[in-house]
Design a protein around this ligand. Structure first.
Ligand SMILES: Nc1ncnc2c1ncn2[C@@H]1O[C@H](COP(=O)(O)OP(=O)(O)OP(=O)(O)O)[C@@H](O)[C@H]1O
Ligand SMILES: [Mg+2]
Length: 627
């Protein structure tokens, strides 16, 4: 279905009554506006044709009629504007709500490719332009159309030959203006795109302000911002120039029409084929037509801007919730094996995965992107397979960039795995309803994201104040070894942690995210490197807590610390997307050439020296003996 039809059906149709009312008052406005020249005509004719007292009296009557019509226009024009503009605000509101709701459902792959500034810009600048389109734009379209129809109609009825003469300049002008309108369209599109770029720059700079300042890179950021800002200024100025140029053209056209009227119409009055009143009426009508054309520049621009923005907003609304939706199902989550054993069997068979961003190399909104040559590219995961029994624990070990996070993203369906690769109790996960699946899994990602609300609200993330179980929150926080940190926070659990949790340390954020998982009921637990920012003693506590709290849930732990994985039933050693070794801790240690053994040795040595496994004290700083 055409974009405009879809938009009107979904958003404008509920306001049909308001629009019909607006249209009625608009019609009244135009009718009264066109009536004024008719009254002028009668008044002039009354004075010039009947030069007597009765003529003068009726001229006065028509003068009063002109005043009354003028006041009437004021009233009905206001009403028509209210009725047209008000739905525009409501429509903008609904459009923004829909956009936001859809954004929250979009898959990670979409966010990976779309820059946040671009999304913000579409929800603000573009949504606003759509309001201009549906409010001011639609009102003016009807206004200009009705005005032209009625004024030109009135001219034709008075004298069609004279009408043709005086409208010749108008037709010539329309041909010239078509070019300008095309130019305006291109410039308007660029303006909306540049606004998106600019928002991206602002967000990026804001997010990385500390880095920019500490690296003395502020001038670079300023230059990059200036580059976009001046690009926006450039298109804006060119657009203003084109529109400004339209106005005098329309003025000249209006005056040319008047000149023609004086030549042709004046001769007709002399020949007595036209009354002086009709000549006067024509002059006023031409002014009205020229006035309508004057607003055409702004109108066309508002329509173009709205149309382009509508496309940009719908680009997001229409973005598919799943990139590859074929075969995605709504099946129930397979039941747990037994009441006290909550786990599920997880099997992965020949899983190969390439990040979608890399597949086509396209970043919507980005001007260009350097591509890795196709032959040099390696998928993030190649031919990964394993079987995990219900309630089992899988450890995933590997150097940075090995594909560990990618694997967990696929197992948690942040990215949908390809069909026939990931199974839960023998069922392809893609056939399981996503919401049901997510309810049964708890995934603690590598970078814990906290929201700008209290720590308590962050832990019980999905719950409202009414549904939250506060005892459970406290228990989860204790289990996540966050209890000692609470004392240092100004208001304990009630501390507002700031945007993205800036009030907390990296390790505190990690443990808050772990507490979030502990708070929930889960049957599958996925932990991505959640112990990376804690000291050795806390790590031990946390591992104990994880084993204690999982109560039979199948658990997958990613870590580059061997100590965190040693109790796993199966450990995968990954390198560049491939599983290069697998086995239990003991079995893997037998291969003295493998990366697992090397990491183990290194970590053992550091511990023996009293040094932390990777630079952190093994005990809390206050307990470190002096000397
Ligand atoms: N969104 C993405 N788009 C394109 N490529 C990606 C994306 N995310 C990760 N990659 C690539 O996939 C590969 C595996 O990344 P992944 O994040 O899974 O590694 P990792 O093992 O978790 O590393 P680390 O230990 O540093 O967390 C890397 O080469 C990375 O560049
Ligand atoms: Mg990772």
């Amino acid at each position: 279905m055409n974009l405009l039809t879809r938009f009107i059906r979904r958003y404008a149709a509920p306001h049909t009554r308001s629009y019909l009312g607006g249209l009625f008052f608009l019609l009244a406005t135009t009718a009264l506006t066109v009536a004024i020249p008719t009254f002028v005509q009668y008044a002039v004719d009354a004075m010039t044709l009947h030069r007597d007292a009765a003529g003068a009296a009726s001229a006065v009557t028509f003068a009063w009629a002109i005043i009354a019509a003028g006041i009437g226009v004021m009233v009905v024009r206001t009403l028509s504007r209210v009725l047209f503009f008000n739905p525009g605000r409501v429509i903008e509101y609904h459009l923004k709500s829909d956009l936001f709701r859809h954004l929250t459902e979009l898959p990670r792959a979409y966010y990976d490719r779309m820059r946040p500034g671009e999304i913000v810009s579409r929800g603000t600048n573009d949504a606003q332009a759509v309001r201009g389109f549906i409010g001011f734009g639609s009102l003016q379209v009807f206004n200009v159309a009705l005005t032209l129809l009625l004024t030109i109609g009135k001219m034709v009825v008075t004298d069609w030959r004279l009408t043709l003469w005086v409208l010749v300049p108008l037709l010539l002008a329309v041909m010239v203006l078509r070019r300008a309108i095309r130019e305006m369209f291109t410039l308007t599109r660029r303006t909306q795109e540049e606004l998106g770029h600019l928002s991206s720059r602002v967000l990026e700079t804001y997010g990385g302000a500390t880095v920019l300042q500490s690296m003395n890179a502020v001038p670079m950021a300023t230059d990059r911002f200036e580059e976009r800002n001046s690009a926006l200024l450039g298109v804006g100025q060119r657009l203003a120039f084109v529109i400004a140029w339209l106005l005098p053209v329309v003025d000249v056209v209006g005056n040319a029409c008047l000149v023609l009227l004086l030549f042709v119409g004046g001769q007709m009055v002399i020949d007595k084929t036209l009354t002086p009143g009709e000549l006067a009426a024509f002059a006023v009508l031409i002014r009205i037509v020229a006035g309508g054309l004057n607003s055409l520049g702004w109108l066309v621009n508002a329509l173009q801007r709205g149309w382009i923005s509508l496309g940009r907003v719908y680009e997001v609304i229409d973005a598919p919730v799943a990139l590859d939706a074929a075969g995605l199902g709504t099946g129930a989550m397979p039941p747990s094996v037994s009441a006290d054993d909550k786990g599920h069997a997880v099997s992965v068979r020949n899983l190969t995965f390439e990040h979608p961003g890399r597949l086509d190399g396209k970043t919507p909104g980005a001007a260009s992107q350097t591509l890795v040559p196709a032959e040099a590219r390696e998928p993030a995961l190649s031919d990964v397979s394993f079987e995990l029994a219900p309630g089992g624990t899988l450890g995933i070990f590997g150097e940075t960039g090995a594909g560990k996070t990618t694997l967990l993203d696929l197992l948690s369906r942040v990215h949908e795995p390809p069909p026939g690769t990931v199974f839960i109790d023998g069922v392809d996960v893609r056939t399981v309803d996503l919401k049901a699946f997510r309810k049964a899994t708890a995934y603690v990602p590598q970078d814990a994201h906290l929201f700008s609300q209290t720590l308590r609200e962050n832990v019980a993330l999905a719950d409202s104040k009414e549904t939250r179980d506060d005892r459970r929150v406290e228990e989860a926080v204790m289990a996540a070894a966050l209890g000692d940190d609470l004392g240092a926070l100004p208001e304990g659990l009630e501390t507002r942690v700031g945007e993205r949790g800036v009030m907390l340390s990296g390790g505190q954020r990690q443990r808050a995210a772990l507490a979030r998982a502990f708070y929930r009921d889960f049957e599958v637990l996925l932990l991505d490197d959640v112990l990376s920012a804690v000291d050795h003693a806390t790590e031990k506590r946390l591992i104990d807590a994880i084993y204690a709290r999982r109560k039979g849930a199948t658990t997958l732990i990613v870590s580059h610390r061997v100590s965190a994985l040693r109790h796993a039933d199966l450990i995968l050693v990954m390198e560049r997307g491939r599983v290069i070794a697998r086995g239990t801790h003991e079995a893997l240690l037998r291969d003295h050439a493998g990366p697992y053994w090397r990491a183990w040795r290194l970590q053992q040595e550091r511990e023996a020296e009293g040094l932390p496994a990777d630079g952190l004290p093994t005990t809390a700083p206050s307990e470190v003996p002096h000397g």
